[in-house]
Ligand binder design. Sequence first.
Ligand SMILES: NC(=O)C1=CN([C@@H]2O[C@H](COP(=O)(O)OP(=O)(O)OC[C@H]3O[C@@H](n4cnc5c(N)ncnc54)[C@H](OP(=O)(O)O)[C@@H]3O)[C@@H](O)[C@H]2O)C=CC1
Ligand SMILES: O=C(CO)COP(=O)(O)O
Length: 332
Amino acid sequence: MGRIAVFGAGSWGTAFSMVLADAGNQVTMWGRREEVCAAIADRHENPDYLPGITLPPSITATHDPAVAVDGAEAVVFAVPSQSFRDNLAEWAPVLPEVPLVSLMKGVELGSLRRMSEVIDEVTGAGPERIAVISGPNLSHEIAHREPAASVVACADEDVAKRLQDLCHSTAFRPYTSVDVLGCELGGAYKNVVALAVGMAVGLGFGDNTTASVITRGLAETARLATALGANPLTLMGLAGLGDLVATCSSPLSRNRTFGEKLGKGETTEEIYASTRQVAEGAKSCSSLLALARATDVDAPIAEHVEAVVAGKLTAGEMMQAFIARDTKAETD
Ligand SMILES: NC(=O)C1=CN([C@@H]2O[C@H](COP(=O)(O)OP(=O)(O)OC[C@H]3O[C@@H](n4cnc5c(N)ncnc54)[C@H](OP(=O)(O)O)[C@@H]3O)[C@@H](O)[C@H]2O)C=CC1
Ligand SMILES: O=C(CO)COP(=O)(O)O
């Protein structure tokens, strides 16, 4: 196996480093805080994000990007999407010419770029060296080595296969795909749907409501993704339906939890103030809505979630609006 750099020492960067270590790799994580790097390197733990979990000894950490990438045969990114472009611009001068892998599930505000596109714009790596890994992979379950599957997508199938080998552990089963766009859209959109589902839960509604929102969320995701050129089957797979179900069903999801708090009447500002962890959908609802409008695709869930997050609508009004919309055929 190889030596791999993982930029981002939060929940997913750390849990995915465990997957890579379990698969036999030497992993060097980059963290932005020295004390987190020290805890990982010296005490084999990340108490801020995965308390109580002992990290394998083949994981170390540094705050120096050049040290992180030394000898790496792949570089993996797991930081919040909205600040990723600035982070990457700082790291770019030391990045080796190896596959660059996004674990991130967001779309940039303003540019409306997916994270693979940001990587391409900042590094010029080209699609054959840019990959994404996405699926139903709640970090705490992965860190406890509960079995899960995921998708490794790259335009170059051989690169996807090599990355698949690098992250296939006894608990983590990756599949390959060449549909980078479909995987990224599935990963970003499910966060927006999870916000809506969380709101329904917060309002006290049951499984009929959440199943209806999940199913219409999948229809909305597939409508936009296929309009942009994704393979529709990707949205029926692990990076689409799989991740949507996991995120919308799990109290571990930060996006669903964020929505639940909105459903209970907290404001967006209050929720931001109460957590340091990222809920990508709270920002990506705006960029995905803009992407849908630019593509002339109907996106009622993104539209209403964006309005609630912006404080222009209550969660209760959102649910009423969903039901009152003009009726139509299910497959339209
Ligand atoms: N958690 C999960 O289950 C999964 C998450 N993802 C995706 O992975 C990405 C990362 O998520 P996750 O690890 O969970 O997030 P967390 O909130 O758990 O951690 C974020 C990490 O990024 C760092 N960070 C935050 N802001 C900045 C910044 N401006 N510059 C540099 N570093 C920063 C944090 O450092 P610090 O501690 O110093 O604040 C922390 O190390 C997201 O796109 C998410 O959607 C994908 C699959 C599963
Ligand atoms: O992407 C995830 C699971 O696949 C994690 O979801 P949250 O970011 O909502 O916690």
